[in-house]
Design a protein around this ligand. Structure first.
Ligand SMILES: [Zn+2]
Length: 218
């Protein structure tokens, strides 16, 4: 191998390190970040970078004391979410990754209190199916099908909604919507203020980035 090619190799290596390092900047984005209203597209490629993103999503989820996190919530426009219904980082065997999921059956219905890491300090009762059948791919590219009930089924339905650009306040009774509206308005106000101060990109810039990321992996 000549100097030229090893130089090229180290450049590629640097580039891939840069790309992984870039991923360390993932953060949970709040309402009304445009990613939260993005209808995500299916992932067509599983690689080390995607696995690094998933690792980070689990880390962010645990830091924020959540039980589930969808890719939209870290401004990634991919059909992907992670859950651990125990919320306990020690309970690794409860962790699940869903790539390109599809809920094929929903049965029963039950109200339960929900919150969302993208809507800090907001919670309300949401009606969800009690039993669902879902199929998805795991990180090794294997397809699987699961039946889930009660709380894990609720978590999955909440995260699945994110991939469709749906937030839980879209699904709540009108009397609760009125209660939540001031809190939602407050989040919008804070986000717009950060944009005006130049601490957050404009909606147009954020959407352009989502389209760029979409081209890379869907
Ligand atoms: Zn959520």
């Amino acid at each position: 191998m000549g100097f030229g090619s090893s130089w090229l190799l180290s450049l590629q290596c640097l580039f891939s390190q840069f790309r992984i390092a870039h991923m360390t900047k993932l953060k949970i984005v709040p309402h009304p970040h445009p990613a939260l209203r993005w209808k995500s597209r299916e992932i067509t490629r599983i690689d080390a970078e995607l696995k690094a993103m998933v690792d980070q999503m689990f880390e962010l989820m645990y830091e924020a004391r959540g039980v589930g996190l969808a890719a939209n919530q870290v401004a990634l426009p991919y059909r992907l979410f992670v859950i651990n219904p125990t919320g306990d980082p020690q309970e690794k065997e409860e962790e699940m990754v869903f790539l390109n999921p599809r809920i094929s059956r929903r049965r029963g219905s039950e109200d339960g209190e929900e919150g969302c890491l993208s809507l800090p300090e907001i919670c309300a009762p949401v009606t969800r199916a009690t039993l669902i059948t879902i199929d998805a791919f795991d990180l090794s590219g294997q397809q699987f099908e699961l039946e889930l009930e009660d709380f894990p089924a609720r978590v999955v339905q909440h995260e699945y909604d994110h991939l469709e650009g749906v937030l839980f306040p879209d699904r709540i009774a009108e009397e609760h919507t009125r209660e939540l509206q001031p809190l939602m308005d407050d989040l919008v106000h804070q986000f717009r203020a950060r944009q005006e101060a130049g601490e957050e990109q404009s909606d147009e810039e954020l959407k352009a980035e989502l389209r760029r990321l979409e081209k890379l992996r869907t």
